[in-house]
Design a protein around this ligand. Structure first.
Ligand SMILES: *Cc1c(COP(=O)(O)O)cnc(C)c1O
Length: 385
């Protein structure tokens, strides 16, 4: 399906803003639900990709759970209709107040990332007279073949417990009375497009679950995190959920009664969002032409932070079809404030509307007020209550 932008509506609005096409979101959720239910897999949407309440209410209405990385995200998930029993809490640095609030809220599970964290959760749970359910987040040392800023499972990564400390973690758990171990958790990186990476993850997990089984430790939940990539070059393509789940179905061995959990973030929300901006000026460089737009890295930091590619379109109807190449840049006082170099566009003028596509994930949530700019706001394809 080709995305249509309501240009007539956009012309009345101040730029820049995020535009969310909720029918794309619903189509994505529909596919995600059907493909995961085929195998009885459970989905926890990773809020950090986008925590806009309008989107969250739609996502929770499909019955999915939530993967949170701060107490504020848990609070947001609860207020947008997610069931506390379907909320998991990850992160290498959970503060005491975050742990205690999450315990009181009755979340499903803490994904624990260090041995010391186990002690702290045990103590706080004891003080509150509660029992904490935990999963060990294990660093499986698998190469995600993605940008190094978003790879999380190499040996030198800060995430997860290293394999050589798992034995110690298990021994420790025997003495911690306010904690029960319900599973193991992995998250190896983001924007992973090679299915071979997930295949490698499956074989690694099989070895690890065999080890737990040899120790007679029951794991109710195997959580493989998120990371499924999307097609930034073809924003109208939905993520390859069917292929993705079939890899796990084929290769991951589950023991009887074991549940398989997933935590997709980017793949759920990326394609429904675009950053809409207006061209302020066109100017010549010595070797190039610049299109200077009113959105900057403060609105969408991915190109500056990860050298990420986003498809850029001039969505103002054009009478001529002369094609010109532009460096599309923002107004921020940083050279990295560049959305694309040598981008092919129709001859572009001051006032034209520009859509930066596939911006629904890690876009609005990462906005900052650097240069004392306003935060971007959001507009939806449908009126929302
Ligand atoms: C970021 C994150 C996710 C989501 O990753 P995506 O690549 O957006 O799917 C899932 N689980 C954990 C623990 C994360 O930190």
């Amino acid at each position: 399906m080709k995305t249509e932008f309501p240009i007539y509506r956009f012309k009345e609005l101040n730029t820049p803003f995020y535009y969310y096409d909720l029918s794309i979101l619903r189509n994505t959720l529909e596919v995600l639900k059907n493909e995961s239910e085929k195998y009885g897999y459970k989905i926890h949407y990773a809020l950090k990709a986008n925590s806009n309440p309008v989107l969250l209410k739609i996502i929770s209405s499909y019955g999915f759970g939530a993967d949170c990385v701060s107490w504020n995200e848990i609070e947001r998930a609860l207020s947008c209709g997610f069931n506390p029993e379907k909320i998991v809490f990850a992160g290498v640095g959970k503060s005491d107040y975050e742990i205690s609030n999450a315990l009181k809220a009755g979340i499903l599970c803490f994904n624990c990332e260090s041995l010391q964290e186990l002690d702290v959760i045990n103590n706080i749970a004891g003080e509150l007279g509660l029992t904490a359910r935990v999963a060990l987040r294990i660093n499986p040392n698998v190469d995600a073949h993605t940008h190094h800023h978003i790879a999380t499972a190499k040996e030198d990564s800060k995430f997860g417990i290293i394999i050589s400390e798992i034995e110690e973690a298990v021994l420790k758990l025997e003495s911690l009375k306010n904690i029960v171990l319900i599973g193991i958790h992995f998250h190896i990186g983001s924007q992973i497009t090679r299915m071979q990476v997930f295949r490698n993850l499956c074989s690694r997990i099989n070895e690890i679950t065999d080890w737990f089984s040899s120790r007679k430790i029951d794991l109710k939940i195997i959580n493989v995190g998120g990371g499924l990539g999307i097609d930034y070059h073809e924003p109208d393509n939905l993520p390859a959920f069917a292929e993705y789940f079939s890899v796990f179905k084929e290769l991951l061995r589950l023991y009887p009664g074991q549940e398989l959990h997933f935590e997709p973030g980017r793949s759920v929300v990326a394609q429904c969002g675009s950053l809409i901006s207006k061209v302020l000026f066109i100017k010549n460089g010595s070797n190039t032409k610049f299109a200077i737009i009113d959105a900057g890295m403060t609105d969408l930091i991915r190109p500056a932070l990860y050298q990420a590619y986003h498809k850029i379109e001039n969505i103002t109807p054009q009478s001529l079809n002369t094609i010109i190449h532009y460096d599309v840049v923002g107004p921020i006082c940083e050279s990295s404030d560049t959305f694309g170099k040598y981008v092919e566009l129709p001859k572009t003028r001051r006032g034209d509307l520009i859509a930066i596509r596939s911006a629904g994930a890690y876009g609005e949530v990462m906005a900052s007020r650097y240069n004392l700019r306003n935060l971007p706001y959001s507009v939806f394809s449908e009126d929302t209550k």
